[in-house]
Write a protein that binds this ligand. Sequence first.
Ligand code: HEC
Length: 139
Amino acid sequence: MVLRRVSRSVVLVVALASMGACRSKATREWRPEDHDPGGAPPTTATASAGESDPLAAARALFAAQCASCHGTEGHGDGPMAAMFRPADLGDPALQSARSDEELANSILRGRGRMPGFAAQLRPEAAPMLVRLIRSWRRR
Ligand code: HEC
């Protein structure tokens, strides 16, 4: 009986102690990073980019496979542009001259000095890339 009462009060003390610990954590001194966590906005922007930008996957793919020649925005100004003289993909004349299928075919089979990418790309990738390229069209 006595033993049980002791052990119960031990439990009570432990419980109080941990509550105290919780409370002291909750009421610790305010720090500037609580209000303005330096890295937080970019982190959330990155996390939500995939959801809010339907072309995010295409952009990443383009950056990895195509930007070396075409530049990240497709202007034809990538580091290898001098050697390959790639098309400016935002050019309205080029955009009007080609259907989506023709652009996809150029991507998959290659065109002029551009190699074909059929072996590197998943089937859904070419239409995705075409949509991205269409979004770069200048009036
Ligand atoms: C090695 C350099 C190089 C790479 C890498 C490259 N391209 Fe090209 N691309 C070119 C060149 C050069 C042209 C111009 C071809 C021509 O008309 O002579 C071109 C043209 C194009 C065109 C216009 C085709 C047309 O029908 O006129 C599209 C669209 C295109 N590229 C998309 C892509 C995409 C998407 C990727 C990545 C999967 C990519 N390119 C990777 C060099 C490259």
